[in-house]
Ligand binder design. Structure first.
Ligand code: 5AD
Ligand code: SF4
Length: 440
């Protein structure tokens, strides 16, 4: 009987996609996938190091896995992904882990698993300049079968001073566009209606080839041309790199979703400089102006860090004011968490007291709630084409799906309309999180 593997995934969408790659590699080696830890022969956690609380949560899970291993001798526990890369030594020293594999080592998982003995944990955390898993067909783990994620590049070359990613995921490399288009065609032919192209900084996607170089704008266009019925999303843009060409390409294709995730991090030039973001507030606002000029209805979402090193009350006010100026549709907001080894950890004291950080974060979250609500109120009375994702969270009698701008719509189910269909809805009412609609 084939061995069963269970994987918990933490962190970003890219990690979710990596888990799909791991399942595919292990399936080829004869492993079956299970959603039950209690019946697994191999328990893996695909981990995240972005903030300390992400890592603490995983240490907690490692305790749970260790208990399972004591209960059922022979079970193997492995830590893969960003934390594996960063904490290999302490993971192995804990003796609670039999396997440690970094983000570029997934092809070696079958060999590593085969070599594990109680006294010989296995490790591979080598980072690669080439690995993109281009030829691997990810084993989809999404629940709805409507929306698939496709990695177009790996690693990151922007050394933002707070960020651990360049250390955990290594240097940036782009994936052959032909394999990306092939994967998108493949999921579309299997009934998916939406693909999200993933990269740490999609704007620096670049594939050199004698038949012509492919940048992100061209890649986006190639994927959009697969079918007008296939929606295309992407994440993440970098404000310093997002080009007019990309913005204009988005404007030309109805099926490229009108939503840009453009992490600002801070509204203060002093902080942006210290964060090594390599743009200014004015530059950022000019990019927003360009987006709105080409696509007046494009949603803009962001990431914000509260309480970075040396942040003053004025810097914080600058963040609140840029939020109002842009009027973000949604945001992910975090308190700064010092990551060992990063430029910031080496050069700047983490000197904003926790209570100040948290108070600023709360102010940022409260403002975003107001902005999200205002953004949703502007949509009341309008009609949108939404892609049905499934029943709503609250009731089987309701369906939910997203607008092109990424907003979640909820509406009464009607006979003949189901998951993967496009429907037209009118917005009747809203909260800061959802649009309540009727079909028209
Ligand atoms: N502390 C807090 N937030 C961070 N992010 C990245 N590194 C840190 C850190 N050390 C946030 C950024 C990034 C998002 C993915 O996580 O806002 O855009
Ligand atoms: Fe994703 Fe960054 Fe977390 Fe790694 S550290 S899993 S790249 S969010």
């Amino acid at each position: 009987m084939s061995k069963k593997v269970y994987i918990e995934t933490y962190g970003c969408q890219m990690n979710v996609n990596d888990t799909e790659v791991i399942f595919s590699i292990l399936a080829d080696a004869g492993y079956a996938r299970t959603g039950e830890m209690g019946e697994a022969d191999v328990i893996l956690a695909n981990t995240c190091s972005i903030r300390d609380n992400a890592e603490q949560r995983i240490w907690g899970r490692i305790e749970v896995f260790a208990t399972e291993r004591r209960r059922r001798p022979g079970v193997v526990v492995g830590i893969v992904g960003c934390m594996a890369e960063r904490l290999k030594d302490s993971l192995l020293d804990s003796r609670k882990v039999d396997l440690v594999a970094g983000p570029d080592a997934y092809r070696s998982l079958p060999a590593l698993l085969a070599a594990i003995t109680p006294d010989h944990p296995q490790i591979n955390v080598l980072l690669s300049h080439e690995e993109t898993y281009a030829d691997i067909r990810p084993l989809r783990i999404d629940k709805n079968g409507v929306s698939a994620f496709i990695s177009i590049m790996r690693g990151c070359n922007n050394v933002c001073s707070y960020c651990v990613v360049p250390y955990t995921r290594g240097a940036e490399r782009s994936r052959d566009p032909r394999t990306i288009v092939r994967e998108a065609c493949d999921v579309f032919s299997r009934g998916y209606k939406e693909v999200t192209l993933l990269g740490q900084n999609v704007d620096s996607y670049f594939w050199k080839s004698p038949e012509g170089n492919v940048g992100f704008a061209q890649l986006l266009e190639q994927v959009a041309r697969i079918s007008p019925e296939l929606r295309v999303r992407y994440s993440t843009s970098h404000p310093k790199d997002i080009s007019d060409e990309v913005i204009e390409t988005m404007g030309r294709y109805e099926n490229i979703c009108k939503c840009i995730h453009l992490p600002v991090q801070s509204g203060s030039d002093v902080m942006l400089e210290k964060m090594r973001r390599r743009y200014t507030r004015a530059w950022y606002l000019d990019r927003v102006r360009k987006i709105r000029e080409v696509m007046p209805d494009c949603a803009i979402t962001t990431d914000i860090i509260a309480g970075f090193c040396g942040e003053t009350e004025q810097d914080h006010q600058d963040t609140l004011s840029i939020m109002r100026e842009v009027g973000y549709d949604a945001a992910f907001m975090f308190a700064y968490s010092e990551r060992p080894g990063t430029l910031a950890a080496r050069h700047y004291p983490d000197d904003v007291p926790p209570e100040v950080k948290n108070r600023r974060l709360t102010e940022i979250i409260e403002l975003q709630n107001v902005l999200s609500l205002e953004s949703n109120r502007r949509d009341v009375g309008r009609t949108f084409r939404v892609l049905v994702e499934g029943p709503s969270k609250r009731s089987e009698l309701e369906l939910c799906g997203r607008t092109s701008s990424g907003k979640m719509c909820v509406f009464p189910a009607v006979a003949g309309v189901g998951v993967g269909d496009y429907v037209k809805v009118r917005v009747l009412d809203c909260s800061s999180a959802t649009l309540r609609c009727e079909q028209v």
